[in-house]
Design a protein around this ligand. Structure first.
Ligand code: GTP
Ligand code: K
Ligand code: MG
Length: 440
């Protein structure tokens, strides 16, 4: 694989002042030299005229940076061309580089894949990088950067070396002792080594899904009867006209999503079709989708007009549901005496900021107030749980036969190794790299 030299525009496809083309692989030196006449100093941004080696014609003037392997992102020779971002410039450069028989366009995430294969990054760090590229809020950015910088990896490795230390004691017993039982001093020492690891694992697991919530964002669904003002509320919360509003019941059919950043906390707000028994085939589908999303939501804003009997959350039991009364600017909306619920008007803006404040508080609490623990994905949690389970078994029965202790140590160690990807990662790799963009 590393016999091939790959290239891609790493700066996205939209028009911009500057575009960055990335190149990595053994033919990098040859291509750079051919295009700027001489190999530039390593790792220094160098002004150069890029030429088409076939005709000698200038393509553009810009910066070239050469990163000799192994001290590069991918671990192999690589380079960046910073060119003007015009479509014709980019197209010509791609054409010329693609004309080298040694070079081919990169697959999504292929630069990072090479970094992983060349040991420049481990799996948890790659996940952090993918999350950083996708981060939309400050909390997501910070969490992703911590993982990219190796915080999760280092901790998993530290725990694993403690397990190896315990395993060495167990091995010594198996090799050198004829006794079926572990001497008390050895099992005490094993307990001393493993107890803090188990406690730390349990502390991490006690944060629930906070890290995953930060990564994925909280889902808040606006649901309720037709014409309650759901789409109007979505627009008010998003502060732009996202959904169509009309006096006609049954306006919204599809799910309409907006991404909000509530104090750093990512929230996906979803407007849905008004819930009613409909004979219209399309509206029926809309109602079914609305119910499905509401059931899976972290929070449902159940909106209805104060003048109407509130038919709270039919069919969405199970989620956290807040009854909210709309159109409180209308006279009949006010005198209903429903103090428990929030009365809002998207028309006048009454209590909209209060509602945003409450959703923000809910979202922040549900995602652990910014969370700074290690678990950001279900697979991390599964691995921690598996390790904790094996360690619990050992610590509750330190007098067990050494072979059993050894077996549990191996299981725990494997679980932790899956975090950094030193074993059993093929299934996870394709999932991760399918999310990467071209040029990363
Ligand atoms: N007076 C007043 N009218 C409102 C308010 N919110 C919405 N409306 C009106 O109520 C009507 C229905 O609003 P929509 O936002 O389309 O209601 P919806 O719940 O999305 O309706 P469906 O998508 O059809 O289920 C429109 O005519 C809005 O202008 C409000 O706070 N005050
Ligand atoms: K409507
Ligand atoms: Mg609507």
């Amino acid at each position: 694989m590393s016999g091939e030299t790959i290239f891609a525009i790493a700066s996205g496809t939209s028009r911009a002042a500057i575009a960055v083309l990335r190149l990595s692989g053994p033919a990098t030196r040859l291509i750079v030299k051919a295009m700027v006449r001489k190999l530039p100093e390593a790792r220094a941004a160098t002004l150069a005229t890029f030429i088409d080696p076939a005709s000698g014609e200038a393509i553009d003037k810009g910066l070239v940076i050469f990163f000799p392997g192994p001290h590069s992102f991918t671990g192999e020779d690589s380079a960046e061309f910073h060119i003007h971002g015009g479509r014709a410039v980019v197209a010509r450069l791609i054409e010329v580089i693609g004309g080298f028989p040694e070079a081919r366009p990169a697959e999504p995430g292929e630069f990072t894949r090479r970094a992983l294969l060349n040991g420049k990054m481990d799996l948890a760090e790659v996940e952090g990088l993918a999350d950083l590229v996708e981060a939309e809020t400050e909390w997501q950015r910070r969490q992703a950067l911590r993982q990219l910088e190796g915080r999760l990896s280092r901790q998993a490795e530290a725990w694993r070396s403690a397990l190896l230390e315990a395993a060495a004691l167990v091995e010594a017993e198996i090799d050198f002792s004829d006794e079926p039982d572990v001497p008390a001093s050895t099992s005490r020492r094993i307990g001393e080594i493993l107890k803090p690891v188990l406690e730390a694992l349990r502390a991490e697991l006690s944060a629930g899904r906070a890290g995953e919530r930060i990564r994925e964002g909280l889902v808040v669904v606006i649901a309720g009867p037709p014409n309650a003002g759901k789409s109007t509320l979505l627009n008010a919360l998003a502060r732009r006209e996202v959904a169509i509003v009309s006096a006609e019941a049954g306006t919204t059919r599809d799910l309409i999503e907006v991404h909000l950043d509530l104090g750093g906390c990512p929230v996906t707000l979803i407007d849905t079709a008004g819930l009613r028994e409909s004979v219209d085939a399309v509206e029926k589908i809309g109602v079914a989708r609305a119910l499905e999303r509401a059931k899976a939501a972290d929070l449902v804003l159940w909106l209805s007009e104060a003048s109407e009997p509130s038919d709270v959350a039919r069919g969405v039991e199970g989620s956290e549901i807040w009854p909210i009364f709309s159109k409180c600017d209308l006279a009949h909306g006010r005198d209903q005496g429903r103090p428990a619920a929030l009365h809002i008007s998207a028309e006048t803006g009454q209590n909209i900021d209060l509602l945003i404040g409450r959703i923000t508080d809910f979202a922040r609490a549900a995602s652990g107030d910014g969370y700074a623990g290690l678990i950001t994905k279900e697979r991390h949690r599964k691995a921690f749980e598996a390790a904790a389970e094996s360690l619990t078994r050992i610590l509750t029965n330190l007098d067990a036969p050494v072979e059993l202790i050894g077996e549990d140590l191996r299981t725990a160690s494997f679980a932790l190794q899956r975090i950094t990807g030193s074993i059993g990662v093929e299934d996870i790799l394709s999932e991760i790299f399918s999310r990467f963009c071209i040029g990363k």
